[in-house]
Design a protein around this ligand. Structure first.
Ligand code: PLP
Length: 382
């Protein structure tokens, strides 16, 4: 049985050229980038080349891109950097109720350090109110931290609008589900952008942080100190193969951006169209203008977890929400959207990638229809 992987917001399969380049790096280019000899220099240059790829893709300065261990570290580093500045202590951080736990947990800690945290509500489209945001922004506001794309329903947040409202606050954008997926103009207006490698066909354990040093903030406080690697922003011997991997993943994406976008939109539209026409009593939790990579649908009278495992028996892999929240009770995102318990319980997230195929989509809908009917029938016998 060949598997059909539709859990690409949890993680993606590394691209073939990513794997090749990483293997080569481990086999041949294994010098320590800080070593003075040629092998060290070669590794250093490979890292520099990856940084150039990310900087060029974002059209920013190379020295403003720092490699980290992933999205979580980037987000933590951005938020905890506020602690470095005594004058910012006691300030207000504005975020939303639908952020990833990497942000929500970091904000919890900031509260214990005397910062005031305001979490904006969202409506049934998973959108914040810009008026509510405007009302909260005041002289005390030191940071606005908001995701580019919601990882559960794909809602695209109005980062550019927020940038216009922010006044003196630093705008941090968790672009983990947006980078190399949606138009970069979305998150480019942020002062700090968090990125993860494994969501874009790169390896796990690598991410990046862009921060606009030109914006005048001597802002960044390293989370990890030591040998002063990454321009003193992130110590520890660089994960050269992973850095090369994320660079290659971004390069591959940038080369094929419009074709990838076209394919992903086609798969999502077909999936949505078929589910909506073939299966009754559903609720589509992703809006039409959401990211083409994410489709969240609730099936009434079905427990998402049961459906997930039942699809798994046919080699189809989906998720009930985010990988981080799927082991906890219910989705904090769907609840924040005001969606009732019965629909929350039956939610499934299909997350697409450029590696899917249109015939996979057709098969998923056939199987899905049978499975949903079967589960509903079994439920009605109880
Ligand atoms: N932010 C969002 C929106 C995510 O979806 C994720 C991962 O699921 C993260 C942050 C954390 O990224 P990482 O897994 O690279 O730590």
């Amino acid at each position: 049985m060949t598997s059909i992987y539709l859990d690409n917001s949890a993680t993606t399969r590394a691209g073939d050229t990513v794997i090749e380049k990483m293997a080569e790096a481990m086999r041949i280019c294994y010098g320590n980038p800080s070593s003075l000899h040629n092998m060290g220099l070669e590794a250093y240059n490979m890292i520099k080349a990856s940084r150039t790829v990310l900087a060029d893709y974002m059209n920013v300065r190379e020295q403003d891109v720092v490699f980290t261990s992933g999205g979580t570290e980037s987000i933590n580093s951005a938020i905890f950097s506020l602690l470095k500045h005594k004058k910012l202590h006691g300030g207000k951080i504005i975020s939303t109720k639908v952020e990833h736990p990497a942000t929500l947990e970091a904000l919890k800690y900031m509260e214990t350090q005397g910062f005031e945290v305001v979490k904006l509500s969202v409506d049934e489209r998973c959108q914040i109110s810009l008026d509510e945001l405007r009302n909260h922004i005041d002289d005390k506001t030191v940071m606005i931290s908001i995701m580019a794309v919601n990882n559960e329903v794909g809602a695209i947040m109005p980062i550019e609008e927020i940038a216009k409202l922010k006044k003196g606050a630093i705008l941090h954008c968790d672009a983990v589900q947006g980078f190399c997926k949606v138009d970069k103009s979305l998150y480019k207006s942020a002062d700090i952008v968090s990125i993860s490698g494994h969501k874009l066909h790169g390896p796990k354990g690598i991410g990046a942080l862009y921060f606009n040093s030109k914006s005048g903030y001597d802002f960044f406080r390293p989370l990890i100190v030591g040998g002063g690697q990454e321009m003193n922003y992130r110590s520890g011997t660089e994960n050269t193969p992973a850095v090369i991997g994320i660079g290659e993943a971004v390069r591959e994406y940038a080369k094929n951006e419009s074709a990838i976008r076209h394919d992903v939109i086609t798969y999502k539209n077909r999936l949505l169209e078929a589910i909506a026409s073939e299966i009754k009593d559903i609720r589509v939790n992703s809006t039409e203008d959401a990211s083409p990579y994410i489709l969240n649908v609730s099936f009434y009278g079905v427990r998402g977890e049961v459906l997930l495992h039942s699809l798994e028996t046919e080699g189809i892999y989906v998720s009930t929400g985010s990988a981080c929240s799927s082991k906890k009770k219910g989705s904090h995102v769907l609840r924040a959207m005001g969606i009732g318990d019965k629909w929350v319980e039956g939610a499934i997230r299909f997350s697409i990638s450029r590696l899917n195929k249109i015939d996979e989509v057709e098969r998923v809908v056939d199987v899905l229809k049978d499975k949903v009917e079967f589960i509903r029938k079994m439920g009605s016998f109880r």
